[in-house]
Ligand binder design. Structure first.
Ligand code: 5GP
Length: 111
């Protein structure tokens, strides 16, 4: 079954898209935990960072580059959190590789 993010990538579901290239898409989180809460997602369906195969590790570099660019664009480049969940115990709910970019508030109180 297609993940929610696949449906967004295929334009079957709406999303607020803030970046897109042939391999990466970034959207605003539907339930933001901070004033800036973006999701940087691989178009290729990889369940999590734990399942990345050798040939796909370069995508992490691309995602980091997109994070840099978006952090500047959204004016949080002085301080933000970039995180990815792995598996249900971590709180992962969508099994399609993505990084959360969070900023614009005191992140220390988030734990
Ligand atoms: P996870 O828990 O897998 O690390 O993160 C999934 C994130 O996707 C959550 O922060 C959740 O709010 C967000 N999310 C879930 N469904 C949708 C959706 O349909 N659209 C958008 N933009 N974000 C979603």
């Amino acid at each position: 079954m297609a993940t929610i993010f696949e449906k967004i990538i295929n334009r079957q579901l709406p999303a607020n898209i803030v970046y897109e290239d042939n391999e990466i898409i970034a959207i605003k989180d539907i339930n933001p935990k901070a004033p800036v809460h973006l999701l940087i997602i691989t178009k290729k369906v990889i369940p999590s960072i734990q399942e990345i195969k050798e040939e796909d590790f370069y995508l992490l570099g691309k995602m980091a580059k997109v994070a840099q660019k978006l952090a500047k664009e959204f004016k949080v480049d002085k301080g933000y959190r970039l995180l990815t969940n792995v598996g249900t115990p971590s709180g992962q709910t969508i099994f399609h590789l993505h990084f959360h970019l969070l900023g614009g508030r005191d992140l220390l109180s988030m734990g």
